[in-house]
Design a protein around this ligand. Sequence first.
Ligand code: GAP
Length: 515
Amino acid sequence: MAQQDDVFKKIISHAKEYGFVFPSSEIYDGLSAVYDYGQNGVELKNNIKRYWWDAMTLLHDNIVGIDSAIFMHPTIWKASGHVDAFNDPLIDNRDSKKRYRADVLIEDQIAKIDDKIEKEVAKARKRFGETFDEAMFRQTNGRVLEYQAKREALHQRFSDAMNAGNLDELRQIIIDEEIVCPISGTKNWTEVRQFNLMFKTEMGSTADGAMTVYLRPETAQGIFVNYLNVQKTGRMRIPFGIAQIGKAFRNEIVARQFIFRMREFEQMEMQFFVRPGQEMEWFKYWKEWRLSWHKALGLGDEKYRYHDHEKLAHYANAATDIEFQMPFGFKEVEGIHSRTNFDLSQHEKFSGKKIQYFDPELNESYTPYVIETSIGVDRMFLSVLCSSYEEQQLENGETRVVLHLPAALAPVKCAVLPLVRKDGLPEKAREIVDDLKFDFTTHYEEKDAIGRRYRRQDAIGTPFCITVDHQTLEDNTVTLRHRDSMQQERVAIADLHRLIHDQVSLPSLLRKINK
Ligand code: GAP
């Protein structure tokens, strides 16, 4: 675990050093849980968004996109349930004056028991070597069984308290488990209180009677309230979907793990409107399709798992998360929810407008059911970054840090490097840049020895380096260096476009979905 923590710290500092992610307002000592994306980060982020957008809107002829405003009528959040129920339970430590999420303190306690189990398994694996039967060990080892029983009892008590909204019981669990504040080390806890996560602000001048509005905590409601507009103007027939990418804001109490949990973040959400009674087959479709979208990136199939929700929100009849193996464990990256007709019905009730679909095949009107796929851009970014980062020991004893980014997502696709800064090589290299730049993000670099320039490109995940040398002037060939293998091949300048395009184009990635 400590080793994983170290890797994660290295990834965070790498992200800063190479212009991917900066702490927000850094020269003013930062702003907690808010981050800025730098020159390479924004390209990677845009490529992720483009991959999602094209997968939704190009590969499905019944999905269209919208871009709704962040500010919305405040009654929307009353109708959606966010004003009354979008809360986290919080608790303060009186000595450190630090505020925590009560549920996170307990989840961390459960994770500690999980760690103990994993340590027992790792020790046994080392002791028994190849003959180790892990499943058998987990089922029979006394200490593991003891930890397992403790874990299950705690988990059950915690789930019951959360489901019942029993704040006293949450506090009692923290007391009984002897959980201490990581800062003060004491158990001097306040009561647990509910805390609404929405940011409020005022619209209009106070003299005119300003209206309280919220920064949206999800993009989904912008889709629901535009359902009729899109269905009618686009002449959409059910089943159809509406996709949106945009900022969302949550006043997270526990903001940590870098860009995993932020106060300002971005979501890519799609609401798929279906006939009532057909929602389960569409839920299954989207659950599988979304996983294959992730897997097409080639980050490693074993890094994903589903987490099916046992306890469902009152409006949902099925829900699952796609979790990704981050350096700090398997964590939710995307949620897929069957939300029934809850949201549209609520907006019908609160707005007084009829929100129905006339189904010409059935010759009847109904409120459509909805399957939602909802993924955080920043969490997706983090999963791509973490799984791409490698510190590689080379045969010559050197270490190189390389980002094995999926080529279609890489911020820079190719770098053109004149071997020396004279003899007409820079001019020739510039000619190549001027040709490639229309199709690929292309860097030109002439400073430092060629080896150092390769390392810099490896560190930002550039799939190809093109080196221009004296032979180039004679026969119009260059060396093409591949990032992952570091292999170099001599190729004609005329072939560069095709060779690079084959590897980095977004359509080639989109074609891998469901393959
Ligand atoms: N409309 C449904 C919805 O918003 P959610 O599970 O609350 O569902 C969906 O959020 C996704 O948004 C999550 O799976 C996660 O990727 C991302 N997300 C949620 N809160 C976040 C935060 N504070 N920081 C970064 N990403 C977040």
